[in-house]
Write a protein that binds this ligand. Structure first.
Ligand SMILES: N[C@@H](CCC(=O)N[C@@H](CS)C(=O)NCC(=O)O)C(=O)O
Length: 198
């Protein structure tokens, strides 16, 4: 099987972290890809032209990152990483919050890379505000989140690392001391070190 990824993509990093945490690296080859290159072979695998994209043993491709994550969890026989139990819907919401933060951070990056005259102050500010409110909520909720490796932790770690990488001006640690303390510990994991943006 193959996983198409780029170093900078936080969505791809989430999957690369999961591969390592599930010890599936030997079954899936990682293939560096540039989605903006519009390479026909890649577009045939994912008509959306996005990474991550996984090619399964039978040659069929899978996207997006949440579908790939579910496939990998089933492959590894590990069903506990999407938290369940009495608070299941709360955990699902926090997972969605992390995914939404990722979307806002990537959208803000896209906004910043446009030529100045094409940038939208309105949308730039809207993404920044969503990030600010979402991080503040996650900071308050974080003590209730179970320790260990699960999808909420993987998504949060990839978002926070991406903010450091692409938006250091946001200085997220200033308002999020609990997340900062957790992130300092989590980011020492070999899976995280091994997937740092090159
Ligand atoms: N919802 C998708 C988002 C994937 C995504 O937007 N990937 C970006 C890289 S960070 C990409 O490939 N962008 C290229 C494009 O939008 O054309 C997922 O979770 O996999």
């Amino acid at each position: 099987m193959q996983l198409f990824y780029s170093h900078a993509s936080p969505y791809a990093r989430k999957i690369r972290l999961l591969l390592r945490e599930l010890k599936l690296e030997s079954r899936i080859a990682e293939v560096l890809a540039d989605p903006l290159a519009n390479e026909p072979g890649f577009l045939a695998l994912n008509p959306l032209g996005k990474i991550p994209c996984l090619v399964m043993e039978d040659g069929e491709s899978l996207y997006d990152s949440d579908v790939i994550a579910q496939f990998l969890l089933e492959l590894a026989g590990e069903h506990g990483l999407f938290l369940g139990g009495e608070r299941r819907w709360h955990w699902e919401k926090l997972h969605s919050l992390g995914c939404g933060l990722m979307d806002s951070a990537v959208a803000l990056r896209i906004e910043k890379t446009k030529p100045a005259e094409q940038q939208s102050p309105l949308w730039g500010e809207r993404h920044r505000q969503a990030l600010g409110r979402g991080l503040a909520y996650l900071e308050v909720e974080w003590p209730t989140v179970p320790p260990g490796v699960h999808m909420i932790a993987l998504v949060a770690a990839c978002v926070l690392a991406y903010l450091d990488f692409r938006h250091p001006d946001i200085a997220w640690r200033d308002g999020c001391p609990r997340l900062a303390a957790w992130f300092a510990e989590f980011s020492a994991r070999p899976s995280f070190q091994d997937t740092r943006p090159a």
